[in-house]
Design a binder for this molecule. Structure first.
Ligand code: PRP
Length: 213
């Protein structure tokens, strides 16, 4: 009997690309499976798969606690959350950068305020730079913070750069390159090794073929 797998999928920008990747494996995922429905669980018993649709930041939590065997998540979230999960595969989708940005020519004070969705990453980054900062945690629309005077700098994802540009901000330092990863619950990885390895092999093949196109 084939092991059933449950996969936590992030709603939002990664979802479409991740689903497209799964569709290119030999799994038959029905067309009507999309992010638009309000359903939070999708069960596909004919292929032994279930999906959860969760907020990207929560994917590692579902996987660490083992309610999902696998998860798709940005490296940014993995670095921020530092959960006890296995990182199995770089899916090479949704590439972007995690950067420091701000107003051009802004006179930054000695002890600047940095707004971000990634307090842990921001703290570590500025500590390594030997720069003392006050980190202000926000949950979205980070680019607003320097415009309205809440922060001197932001640490955020830059993908096309459009949000920065449209808000008169500039990218100042790149902290790191980000892509989405496949992660696994530690126990699931042992107990369902065959099924997980086979799925990883298929995904790796699809990624390789994609890279060649
Ligand atoms: C992300 C990120 C930036 C934007 C960058 O926000 O926080 O705001 O995308 O993308 P760009 O470089 O292509 O413009 P998201 O859309 O996830 O929404 P949020 O503001 O709620 O974080």
């Amino acid at each position: 009997m084939v092991d059933e797998l449950t996969i936590a999928m992030p709603k939002g920008r990664i979802f479409g690309e991740a689903l497209a990747l799964f569709r290119q494996t030999n799994l038959t995922i029905p067309e009507e499976f999309s992010e638009d429905s309000r359903k939070l669980t999708i069960s596909l018993p004919h292929i032994g798969l279930s999906f959860f649709l969760v907020k990207p930041i929560d994917v590692p939590t579902y996987v660490e606690y083992g309610v999902a065997d696998l998860g798709v998540v940005g490296k940014d979230v993995l670095l921020e959350e530092d959960r006890d999960v296995y990182e199995l595969l770089d899916l090479k989708i949704s590439p972007c950068r995690l950067s420091v940005a701000g107003k051009p020519d802004w006179l930054v004070p000695l002890y600047p305020r940095v707004a971000t969705k990634y307090p842990r990453i921001a703290k570590n980054y500025f500590k390594k730079q030997g720069q003392q900062v006050e980190v202000i945690r926000l949950s979205g629309s980070i680019e607003l913070a320097p415009i309205v005077g809440l922060a001197d700098r932001i640490v955020d994802i830059v993908s096309t750069g459009r949000t920065l540009e449209e808000n008169g901000l500039v990218e100042l330092e790149v902290i790191g390159s980000i892509t989405s990863r496949l992660i696994a619950n530690r126990a699931s990885y042992r107990m369902k090794a065959e099924r997980i390895t086979s799925l990883c092999d298929q995904l790796q093949q699809v990624i390789k073929e994609g890279a060649r196109v």
